[in-house]
Design a protein around this ligand. Structure first.
Ligand code: SF4
Length: 84
């Protein structure tokens, strides 16, 4: 999973068609039931240990297995205080 830093995003939309998992949406185009990802994205963008991606890397092991899998949100482990 990766997140976008809301304060740095200029809403150009270039990343949307580039995402191989079709997992990036503009705030006005969020699919039903996905709006809570806006808040989660902002939280994770500030979370300790989440570092910027500065170079192209291969997909992580299991990426295809997790792509589109339902119920992943509940499996997210927060190892920092909520609201941090
Ligand atoms: S490419 Fe995506 S994340 Fe980067 S500024 Fe544009 S919309 Fe924001």
């Amino acid at each position: 999973m990766l997140v976008i830093v809301p304060d740095e995003c200029i809403d150009c939309g270039v990343c949307i068609p580039e995402c191989p998992a079709d997992a990036i949406f503009g705030e006005d185009d969020m699919p039903p039931g996905q709006h809570d990802f806006i808040k989660l994205n902002a939280e994770l963008a500030r979370a300790p240990g989440w570092r910027p991606i500065v170079r192209t890397v291969l997909p992580l092991p299991g990426a295809d297995i997790w792509n589109g899998k339902a119920g992943k949100r509940e499996l997210l482990e927060r190892k920092w205080p909520a609201g941090c």
